[in-house]
Structures are given as C-alpha cells and as structure tokens.
Design a protein. Structure first.
Length: 186
C-alpha cells in the first residue's frame, strides 16, 4: 500500500511479513478516523507498523531469556558474519565445502544488510527506531515495552555489529542519550 512503509518494515522483517505489517498498519491508522491528510496518514501508519512489530514478530522476549540470548548471541554473531575464513575452512583440505563470498560484502550498504540479518527482530526494531527514525532511548523503551535500561542494553549489544559493518569505531553513549534537545536562540 505505501511502498516506503513496506521498505521500512523490511529493515526489520522478511518481505512477506513487511508487506503484511504495512497493509495492516495503514488499515489500522485509517480506520476509525475521519479524513487524514497524507502526512498524517504516513505518521500514523508508521507508528502503527512499529507497534505491530513490537507486539508481534519483533517482541522482546522475557527478561531471563533475552539476557542469556543477548550475551551469547552478541559475542559471536559479528565474527560469524564477517570473520575471514580460518585456515581449517580452506576448500583444499577437503574438510569444508567451498563457499562463495556474499556479493553484498563488497558494498557498505550490503554489509549493513548482512549485519541487520545477524540481529534478532527486536534488536533490528530498536536500532531502526533509534538510528533511522531518530527516536531516543526513552521512545525505544516505550515502543518495545521495556525499561529504559533494558532498551539501552539492547542498543549497546546490537550497535557494534552495525558499526563494524559501516566502518564506524565510535559508538554513541546510549545511556546518556536524551529524547529532547533544548534549542537556544540569541
């Protein structure tokens, strides 16, 4: 229905789910309201899509499961996705099947796509909400239905994977991030 919304949702979920979420979000945003102007519909549909994902396929698992999952998953995922082959992986030894490199590794956008795939759906939703949508950690926490500290932990665990993919070495201080910026005029 709205191609931009489907494209946004594809950052978090597979193509079929993204299309379904986008369609549901537009239907929910438009239902029960009189006439929405296109900018209002876009904002409402975007917010609804984020809520649908956060309550569905990108829901944060229970605290005890997520804590174990995050620490184990985060420590190995980047190495598994972007690590150079080890000597034992050489096809000439006959121990492993020869693998073709992913052509996406040749571009920064491709490496970012691979890195996003290495994250869980709730980590992708948190990162897209924070880095793409420009929402603060409080908004990420509210969307995911978790405490701010938990949202910060999710972002801190996922950000290194994305940063390495795009060649960044400095990560933001998520705990110090604020949702509002005071504008001073003279």
């Amino acid at each position: 229905m709205l191609p931009w919304l489907t494209a946004w949702a594809r950052l978090i979920v597979d193509d079929a789910t993204a299309l379904d979420v986008a369609n549901q979000a537009v239907a929910h945003a438009a239902s029960g309201r009189k006439a929405l102007k296109p900018p209002e519909l876009r904002l409402a549909a975007h917010a609804e899509a984020a809520r649908l994902l956060a309550r569905g396929v990108a829901a944060v698992p229970a605290a005890e499961t997520a804590t174990r999952h995050l620490s184990a998953h985060t420590s190995t995922r980047y190495a598994a996705v972007f690590a150079p082959p080890t000597p034992g992986d050489d096809a000439s030894t006959g121990d492993a099947k020869p693998s073709r490199p992913d052509p996406r590794e040749q571009t920064q956008t491709g490496r970012l796509a691979i890195a996003l795939e290495a994250l869980t759906p709730f980590e992708r939703l948190a990162c897209v909400t924070y880095f793409v949508d420009g929402s603060g950690t409080d908004a990420v926490a509210e969307l995911l239905g978790v405490a701010r500290e938990r949202a910060v932990a999710i972002l801190e665990n996922a950000a290194p994977t994305l940063a390495r993919a795009v060649g960044e070495h400095e990560l933001p201080d998520f705990a110090a991030a604020v949702d509002e910026v005071e504008v001073v005029t003279r």
